[in-house]
Design a protein around this ligand. Structure first.
Ligand code: PMP
Length: 420
């Protein structure tokens, strides 16, 4: 029998070159630290995959989940069914939402959120009698999960190859050129475009914050040409930038906002979409006997244990004033990354926004090797996104932890460059 780590067909892993012994097996975590089965300790400089925002081992969240599972593990929310945790969560999310008077559709994660939002965008235009409006404009370097719709709009060609035909009517735009977006709209014709989808801060594509004015420019184009604007805040939502949502930091309001990860800080799978009044109104029109339904839903849309985890997580963030702490940490990270790396000969660019940072390396130094050295020799977990070493530490990190994380990255870059 193969070892269990080989039986598990790991996501985003080339199993042909996978060596189980090279990869730590995590067995315990507390706060900002994780331990593997060899007893080695690691600082979780990425909050796992951008989700462990309140840190690991939070007892108030664990207790809420346990108590919910004992009381009612879950019930479904199809055809009007409900349970108390999902309704409690609706009140809280309504209050925190990045757009006015939202309606909220739930799923289990970020890829679900992409399907929910993009299908709804097309459905909305159908309902309004404009069925030709189907194109989705998606940016270079974008990542919106990898269900079929996410795979169709992803900005990395490698992630789209080999599946035959994907969802049609998707058009790629570059990630920072408003003039090009205008020209694309004019070429395709606004009457054929349903939505523009954008991460305010590109995560997996290399930690690229939208430049000043870009998101507002997208909003203006969407208004001018009657196109829906969807923000993917799966990474940037729920406090990562020191605001509840990055769109608030940029002062731009979309028509839909996708969320996942940080809503529960990863204690249970949950994701969803905030939907603006313009989009939900035709579906809620009680005066219209022909009012349409949005026939979309997943078994675990609004799983009760996930909702209980989200409630306890959001309460923890609010009770401990973590957004203020994130703002403080962000200022430090921004200044420290620039101080340490700006004149480093191996560094092509330094970027940061909120508690998301990236050090892009020249091609002479492999970001993947730097990340491996940081893990194996420094006990620091960071992530390579293309040639960018990215950090996204938990909100409960201390300045000291982040100072040593950044210092260790600099040392690891030198080490790897010296070995090249
Ligand atoms: N959108 C963004 C911006 C993401 O970074 C991710 C996941 N990293 C997703 C969507 C997909 O989320 P999930 O993996 O939970 O399906």
């Amino acid at each position: 029998m193969p070892v269990p780590a080989e039986i598990l067909w790991h996501p985003h892993t080339n199993m042909a070159s996978f060596v189980p012994e090279d990869n730590p097996v995590c067995c315990r975590a507390q706060g900002t630290y994780i331990w593997d089965e060899q007893g080695r300790q690691y600082f979780d400089g990425t909050s796992a995959l951008w989700f462990a925002n309140i840190g690991h081992g939070n007892e108030s969240v664990a207790r809420a989940m346990y108590e919910q599972a004992c009381r009612l593990e879950t019930f479904h929310t199809f055809v009007g069914n409900s349970h108390r945790p999902v309704l409690d969560l609706m009140e809280r999310l309504y209050r925190l939402a990045p757009l006015d008077d939202p309606r909220i559709i739930l799923g289990s994660g970020g890829s679900d959120a992409a399907d929910i939002a993009l299908k709804l965008a097309r459905r909305y235009w159908q309902v309004l009698g404009k069925p030709k409006k189907q194109y989705v404009l998606a940016r270079e370097h974008a990542y919106h999960g990898l269900h079929a719709f996410g795979t169709s709009v992803v900005g990395d060609d490698d992630l789209r190859k080999g599946y035959g035909s994907l969802v049609p009517y998707v058009c790629r735009i570059s990630d920072d050129n408003l003039q090009e977006v205008r020209e694309t709209i004019e070429d395709l014709g606004a009457e054929s475009i349903a939505a523009i989808i954008a991460e305010p801060i590109i995560g997996a594509g290399g930690m690229i914050p939208a430049s000043a004015g870009y998101l507002a420019g997208l909003r203006a184009l969407a208004d001018e040409f009657d196109i829906l604007l969807i923000f993917d805040e799966v990474v940037s939502g729920f406090g990562r930038t020191g605001e509840w949502f990055a769109s608030e930091l940029y002062g731009v309001t979309p028509d839909m906002t996708m969320f996942a990860k940080g809503v529960t800080s990863g204690y249970a799978p949950l994701g969803g979409v905030f939907v603006a009044a313009r989009v939900w109104e035709p579906f809620y029109d009680s005066a219209n006997p022909q009012a349409p339904a949005y026939w979309h839903g997943l078994t675990y849309s609004g799983h009760a244990v996930s909702c209980a985890a989200a409630m306890a997580n959001l309460e923890f963030i609010e009770d401990n004033h973590l957004l203020g702490h994130v703002r403080e940490l962000s200022q430090f990270v921004d200044a420290e990354l620039h101080r340490v790396f700006e004149r480093n000969e191996y560094v092509a660019d330094v970027r940061s926004k909120g508690l998301l940072g990236g050090v892009e390396l020249h091609s002479s130094v492999s970001a993947g090797s730097v990340v491996a050295v940081l893990r194996d020799e420094f006990g620091q977990l960071v992530r390579p996104c293309n040639q960018t070493v990215t950090i996204s530490p938990p909100f409960i990190s201390t300045i000291e932890e982040l100072r040593s994380l950044i210092a260790d990255i600099a040392e690891a870059v030198d080490l790897v460059a010296g070995r090249c």
